[in-house]
Design a protein around this ligand. Structure first.
Ligand code: MOS
Length: 716
């Protein structure tokens, strides 16, 4: 059940840029056409001559919003159009406002500029790219390289050694909803409607950029048409939009063109992974090394979190991680669904598959034999880890026992080579400090305002179900408000902490509400009569913390900053887990790869909302298939920036690419993590899916692929 399904399919749900206001004008951006350098002059005369053009601006007096991961609010620290420096192709150099979107676009395209060009670097191994050791460049304890024992020495002494290097290309999330919104001023009050996963950062970031009090800014993002991380912070168009709206005294709408979103929003950076495994003859993994180089921009260090997951995957006695950042001439990369975990697992779980192949063990059994109840990094217990159950149930549902282990040995009726592959995945369990306000009214309805954003994952349904079940009232009597800074703080919704954050906050709000309604701690409640007895509508507000967090964390949330806890908590460590089983068919003459079926079994603690949970896993698997076989943001070595910036040339998965995906859950609550027993799901869904496809391709063809995506020409 999805409580907002009707509103969405009937168009009643308004997304960021859907609002139409009287007197509204339309903006468009002109972008830099060089890879790096300086803009020495912008010619706006042709743009100003376009009928209907109201304003063309090339310079703004805006402060940097700061980089989200450096304590700021922006997807990058660099605010375009504040000086003549061009850091990357596609950086905005002018904004046009006109009476119609057509006039604005035409005028923006008529803008020309003169540049002084400088050489640029776009690849991890480009001349001029600068490589930094992350733990030295950002000396924070949680970014220190993970080292347990002497992994290299253990591996060197092992009977079986695997050493492989894998490359993962840059990717863009290309959510269906384009970046953009509508802003206007009511006297000194700035009102922003923008599709964002972090209304709080938009609010406080704009306050910093404009030099005004955050109290004067309200941000509304009740629905997001797909975020996937690209909308998790203040984007570069909003500050200039606020300025031109004030100047004109009119509401202004800006929607970026699809091609523009490839340079004006974050992307998944390129990575290179070197994996070393040392095992005994039975395939018991004794030690592992995971070295990662990850792309970042010149102006920000986008932190790498790859080894956080791989170091927990199996019961290693020794592990060594090393993460380096490579500065290149791009906008700052960022989070894209399972940002580190999916590329890491593509590399690590292929190496594990290679180990199984080398020692002649079944890849499911080998993984079960390397399972652990104890976190190898901290020595603490996992609050829950049912990845063994995921593997066993998945194998059963898939029919894994019918697999012939010999690569190239299985054929489909049409002669296609058949490959069956498996991989597991994990994702850190996090909870952020959050606020919830619950109101019981005389008509028996309950309204819940809680930190969170609805971006398709179904947070309204999940919250409404919890409240309805707790109080014994119909789901239809619960209203859930998210993504709106006028009703709550609206901390960043990302990192798969949405459910594990909102539900415990609402859970504690419900306990408080029961007290104020003067009803029992549990059991059904007649809300209308309890409110009548109280004599007035009853409202409670609670602040909720992750395990081990202190009140400082709420203060962080309340001032627009991040307040994340996990995956290491006092006394335990939390991850979500998944196992993917994939069948591929490789057509023998064209080598076209199809994925006729996938079985995925997840351990996300208690399943809070069965319909939306299954949908999340399907989505994650589809992303994994896309990563394995299609998606790559190619860079343009001649002129800089990204090359394939359309949906024609950046092929996301469509119906013809996706066939049967069966989803199941272990559904065991994790009450140590939080009182509702829920863990994250949105991102773990994708982790390991690309690896399982690649492992299936290996099983079908006997060929191991070290670079994604695996295209026909690589298989031929
Ligand atoms: Mo997500 S990539 O944590 O917004």
């Amino acid at each position: 059940m999805r409580v907002d399904a009707y509103d969405k399919v009937t168009g009643k749900a308004l997304y960021g840029a859907d609002r139409v206001l009287p007197g509204m004008a339309f903006a468009a951006l002109a972008l830099a056409k060089i890879g790096r350098g300086r803009v020495s002059g912008v010619d706006t005369s042709a743009a100003l001559a376009v009928p209907g053009v109201l304003l063309v601006e090339t310079k703004f007096d805006l402060a940097s919003p700061g980089f989200l991961m450096g304590g700021g609010f922006g997807f990058q620290s660099l605010q375009p159009m504040t000086d003549d420096h061009i850091a990357y192709r596609g950086q905005p150099i002018a904004i046009v406002v006109a009476e119609t979107p057509v006039a604005a676009t035409e005028a923006a395209e008529a803008i020309t500029a003169e540049y002084e060009e400088e050489p640029f670097a776009l690849h991890l191994d480009s001349e001029g790219a600068t490589t930094l050791v992350q733990e030295e460049a950002i000396p924070l304890p949680f970014l220190a390289d993970i080292k347990v024992g002497d992994a290299d020495a253990v591996i060197d002494s092992c009977a079986v050694r695997i050493e492989e290097t894998f490359e993962h290309p840059p990717q863009h999330a290309v959510p269906m909803e384009l970046n953009g919104g509508v802003v206007w001023w009511q006297d000194d009050r700035l009102i922003v409607h923008e599709g964002t996963q972090n209304a709080n950062a938009v609010r406080f970031g704009l306050a910093q950029q404009l030099g005004i009090d955050a109290e004067l800014i309200e941000v509304h993002s009740p629905y997001v048409g797909g975020g996937f991380g690209q909308k998790n912070s203040l984007l570069v168009h909003i500050g200039p939009l606020a300025v031109v709206s004030r100047r004109l005294g009119r509401p202004v709408k800006l929607v970026l063109a699809r091609t523009q979103t490839f340079h004006n929003g974050s992307f998944r950076p390129a990575t290179k992974h070197r994996i070393r495994l040392g095992a005994d003859a039975t395939g018991r993994i004794l030690a592992a090394v995971h070295e990662v180089d990850q792309q970042t921009s010149r102006h920000d260090l986008f932190i790498a979190g790859h080894t956080e997951v791989t170091s927990r995957l199996y019961g290693f006695s020794a592990f060594r991680g090393r993460q380096r950042l490579v500065q290149t001439d791009v906008q700052t990369p960022g989070y894209m669904r399972a940002p580190f975990e999916s590329p890491s697992m593509f590399a690590f779980e292929q190496a594990v598959d290679e180990l199984a192949h080398t020692v002649g063990r079944d890849p499911v059994q080998l993984r079960l034999d390397n399972d652990t109840e104890t976190d190898p990094v901290t020595g603490l217990p996992f609050s829950s880890r049912h990845v063994g159950d995921c593997l066993r149930r998945g194998a059963e549902l898939f029919g894994w026992s019918g697999r012939n282990p010999e690569p190239g040995s299985m054929r489909a009726e049409d002669g296609s080579l058949v490959g069956w592959g498996v991989a597991i995945g994990n994702y850190p369990g996090s909870i952020v400090a959050a606020n919830a306000t619950l109101t019981a009214s005389a008509d028996g309805r309950v309204t819940v305002a809680v930190d969170g954003h609805e971006m398709g994952q179904g947070i309204r349904s999940t919250v409404a179900l919890l409240v309805a079940r707790d109080l014994g009232i119909p789901v239809a009597d619960v209203t859930v408000q998210v993504g709106d800074t006028t009703v709550g703080t609206q901390h960043l919704t990302a990192g798969s902490w949405g459910t594990a954050t909102a539900l415990p906050a609402v859970h504690s709000g419900l306990q408080e509400l029961r007290k104020h309604l003067n009803v029992a701690d549990t059991g059904d409640v007649d809300v209308a009569s309890a409110v009548a007895d109280a004599g007035h509508a009853v409202q409670v507000s609670v602040g909720s913390l992750g395990p081990g967090q202190t009140a400082d964390a709420l203060a962080q949330t309340n001032t627009g900053h991040l307040a994340i806890s996990g995956p290491v908590f006092p006394g335990f460590v939390t991850f979500s887990w998944i196992a993917h089983f994939v069948e591929v068919h490789v057509e023998p003459t064209t080598c076209r790869i199809r994925v006729p079926r996938v079985v995925s079994v997840a351990d996300c603690g208690r399943v809070a909302s069965p319909v939306t949970a299954a949908s999340q896993v399907r989505g994650g698997v589809i992303w994994g298939i896309g990563a394995a076989l299609r998606e790559e943001s190619m860079v343009d070595d001649r002129v800089g920036g990204f090359l394939n910036t359309t949906l024609e040339e950046y092929p996301v998965m469509v119906n013809a690419d996706v066939h049967r995906i069966d989803v199941d859950f272990i559904d065991k609550p994790d009450y140590q993590f939080n009182p509702v027993g829920v863990k994250g799901l949105g991102e773990v869904s994708m982790v390991g899916a690309a690896a399982a496809v690649a492992n299936a391709v290996h099983h079908a063809t006997g060929r191991r692929h070290h670079r994604l995506p695996i295209r026909i020409e690589h298989v031929l």
